[in-house]
Unconditional design. Structure first.
Length: 123
């Protein structure tokens, strides 16, 4: 099992970093399966059809390998067993650090947008 250090210094605007935050946010209140998490992407404005299920599951496995969440197999109820994910304390700390970095990145984007808008108006 791989275990790479997950820090906040290079969040940037990578889609995987945004999905980390989305999945962790969605797990704040309840445990959920990968399918349920993917279906809930629309709660934050992401069209679930844009994120292939293979990508979502790969990210969830990566997040688990890095201690941001844990999973267990749920066999109760009808249908096949499903892996259910739950956020860890490390996941909550990651989300806190992500929020700080995202706010900084948002300010950078807002500044750049303003500069570009002014420049284009001057032409």
């Amino acid at each position: 099992m791989r275990n790479k250090k997950v820090g906040c210094a290079k969040f940037g605007f990578k889609m995987s970093n945004i999905l980390y935050a989305v999945f962790l946010y969605l797990l704040m209140d309840n445990s959920a399966s990968g399918y349920e998490l993917s279906e809930e992407l629309s709660k934050v404005g992401i069209d679930p059809s844009y994120i292939p299920s293979g990508i979502a599951y790969r990210l969830l496995r990566d997040m688990e390998a890095n201690g941001l969440l844990v999973s267990k197999w749920e066999t109760s109820g009808s249908g096949p067993a499903k892996r259910v994910y739950k956020i860890t304390e490390s996941g909550k700390k990651y989300l806190e650090a992500w929020l700080v970095e995202a706010k900084r990145n948002l300010q950078t984007m807002e500044n750049l947008i303003g500069l570009i808008e002014r420049r284009l108006k001057d032409e």
